[in-house]
Design a protein around this ligand. Structure first.
Ligand code: C2E
Ligand code: MG
Ligand code: MG
Length: 593
């Protein structure tokens, strides 16, 4: 294309028109390329706009902004975010003013898409090669080289590069389906807003569409995509430009804006009207987690984590609701993280140990078994109760290794106890459901049997009632395999879950363990006693042994015996003990000599 010819076509009135455009801040309707000329010589500005007047490059007209010093330029760039190219004079107020501005552009303003063309009057001021590379400078020209043609070619190349970088960034930072920013971009944008308006009355929120995966499964992905699009569109229109809106997950949106606008009641009300998805009108609800705590150097990423914690709480309580993050939720989490770290080091420095609590035959008074219970003593000598750290160990997956260790240790202990004369003694080990579902569970169980040489029928696994009743097919299969090894199974905390008789009848189990709560209520009111007697009755019907845990008083033992309960365990007989204390107890009781 002959640019000289093109430019020749332009009259003064065209140039004037462009100048007017600039005067009103370039509010042109049609997209334009915005170029910033930075030079302390007004002549260079005039020559540049004149040379490129009326030119269209890659389908767009050019729009010029002008700065006469590096300081002015950085002000303009700070305010005008979509400048594509800067034509920058190297030497201005100072010899290195231009290069300093380049540094500001890349490092402080983080305008990485912007293309930079350096210009200098004197060839002696060329920047170092490294500078050109490090600061991503597109071109370096002496001003004498910038004839119309050369200027056109240089600017075109820079704009083409700018467009490509923009497209790549768009792929990396925008969601194709909703055309909204993605998670990474949301974090960038929120961080930018936090930096620029630190005192603003802002909230960051995550909005999650309820049961979206079910909708997807039921209606197909295409319909799911359309629904997402129409949710995104509605949020975009209703929230307006002052809110940062992004699609940060498959069915989650990130929102950041003033509290009055990103108000959960207002946002959730946007879901009252059904969404039009092709011919269907679909009703969906959403749940939100929000955080207002955006001061004190909280990063966008941290704020998003906080909002996510709040979202999880909201989902737990009720779909279609919202929860505002509070610092207590954060300290809750931090406390858990701290506890998890010290659990890890407790495992490493062997500060976990096992205590054993005897199980008694209620009619003969004989010791028939032991339950292995884990203990964690802190460095300062205090104990962390298993009810607190087991759930953490489960959530982190550490329970698999810990549980395996408990299993082996207690099998070894059983060998020692049996050698003392308690030849038929049974060892009960608690197994968490995470452990139970681990693919190597059966293998490890078998290995523990082989390595310690215990008789499998002396080992019992305790699983809680709620676990036993979950996913019936899987449980049935696994429990049968455990049973095939010769190991027996007890249902722990029985009475607290909701097992149906028909489910219970199917499971290959040996023992029901009445939960402590029903034992302690034995005499207090009829209701508790009622449940204990029902469990015992159930055991009789299903031909299962029944053991009561948490027996603290002789009267309870008496009542249980009268009801036909076979075995018992509790402080009345003994607290859980370390092996040396256990031996003393057994000797004192006359069970061993
Ligand atoms: P659980 O299996 O139901 O264990 C019985 C709990 O009752 C034990 O609490 C025991 O110390 C306590 N207890 C026993 N007799 C009495 C009594 O007469 N009165 C009262 N008030 N309490 C009594 P502990 O040791 O704190 O264990 C709590 C829970 O932690 C256990 O409940 C079990 O679910 C879990 N747990 C303990 N060790 C392990 C383990 O090695 N692996 C797994 N997965 N869970 C374990
Ligand atoms: Mg137990
Ligand atoms: Mg229990």
């Amino acid at each position: 294309m002959n640019t000289e010819h093109l430019m020749g076509l332009h009259t003064d009135s065209d140039t004037l028109h462009f100048l007017e455009d600039e005067a009103v801040g370039g509010a042109a309707k049609e997209p334009v390329w915005r170029l910033l000329v930075v030079d302390d010589e007004p002549d260079v500005h005039r020559a540049t706009t004149f040379a490129l007047a009326g030119v269209r490059i890659l389908g767009r007209a050019l729009h010029f902004l002008h700065a006469y010093s590096a300081a002015e330029a950085s002000q303009i760039l700070n305010a005008e975010r979509d400048v594509a190219v800067v034509l920058l004079d190297v030497v201005m107020e100072r010899e290195d003013a231009g290069l300093a501005l380049v540094k500001t552009i890349r490092q402080d303003l983080r305008l990485n898409e912007l293309r930079i063309i350096l210009r200098t009057g004197q060839p002696g001021y060329a920047p170092e090669i490294e500078t050109i590379h490090d600061f991503d400078i597109n071109d370096y020209k002496t001003k004498s080289e910038l004839t119309r043609t050369k200027l056109y070619a240089t600017v075109t190349a820079a704009l083409r590069a700018y467009e490509q970088i923009r497209k790549l960034d768009e792929l990396a930072f925008y969601d194709r389906l909703s055309c909204l920013p993605n998670r990474n971009k949301f974090i960038d944008l929120s961080e930018e807003r936090l930096k620029n308006q630190p005192k603003a009355d802002d909230v960051i929120a995550i909005l999650d569409i309820d049961d979206f995966s079910e909708i997807n499964d039921a209606l197909g992905h295409q319909q799911g995509d359309r629904l997402l699009q129409s949710v995104a569109d509605r949020l975009k229109t209703e929230l307006g430009n002052e809110v940062i809106l992004a699609r940060i997950g498959s069915d989650t949106f990130g929102l950041m804006g003033e509290q009055s606008v990103v108000n959960p009641l207002r946002v959730l009300a946007m879901f009252r009207e059904p969404f039009q998805v092709q011919d269907d009108s679909m009703v969906v609800t959403a749940t939100m987690g929000l955080t207002k705590l955006l001061s004190d150097g909280v990063s966008g990423r941290d704020a998003l984590k906080d909002a996510n914690i709040a979202l999880k709480r909201a989902k737990k309580s009720r779909r279609g609701s919202f929860v505002m993050f509070s610092s207590e939720m954060g300290s809750d989490i931090r406390e858990r993280v701290r506890l998890l770290q010290s659990l890890r080091s407790a495992v490493e420095s062997e500060r976990l140990f096992i205590v054993y609590q005897p199980q008694i035959n209620l009619s003969s008074g004989k010791v028939v078994g032991m339950e292995a219970l884990i203990r964690w003593r802190n460095e300062d000598g205090t104990f962390v109760p298993p009810d607190r750290f087991i759930p953490l160990a489960e959530a982190s997956g550490m329970i698999v290794a810990i549980g395996d260790w408990v299993l082996r240790m207690s099998c070894h202990e059983l060998v020692r106890l049996q050698a003392l004369g308690l030849t038929d003694l049974r060892m009960s080990v608690n197994v968490s459901q995470i452990q139970f579902r681990h693919p190597e569970f059966l293998e490890k169980l078998n290995a523990a049997l082989l390595d310690t040489g215990i008789r499998p029928n002396c080992l019992e696994l305790e699983i809680t009632e709620s676990v036993a009743m979950e996913d019936a097919d899987f449980m049935l299969e696994t429990l049968n395999l455990v049973r095939e090894l010769g190991i027996s199974i007890a249902i722990d905390d029985f009475g607290t879950g909701y097992s149906s008789l028909s489910q219970l009848r199917q499971l290959p189990i040996d023992r029901l363990k009445i939960d402590r709560a029903f034992v302690s209520e034995l005499q207090k009111d009829m209701c508790g006693g009622h449940i204990a007697s029902m469990v015992i009755e159930l055991g009789r019907n299903l031909n299962l042994t029944v053991i009561a845990e948490g027996i603290e008083e002789e009267a309870q033992a008496e009542a249980l015996r009268a009801l036909g309960c076979h075995e018992g365990q509790g402080y009345l007989y003994a607290k859980p003990m370390t092996p040396p204390l256990l031996k003393e107890w057994l000797v004192a009781r006359g069970s061993i000599s």
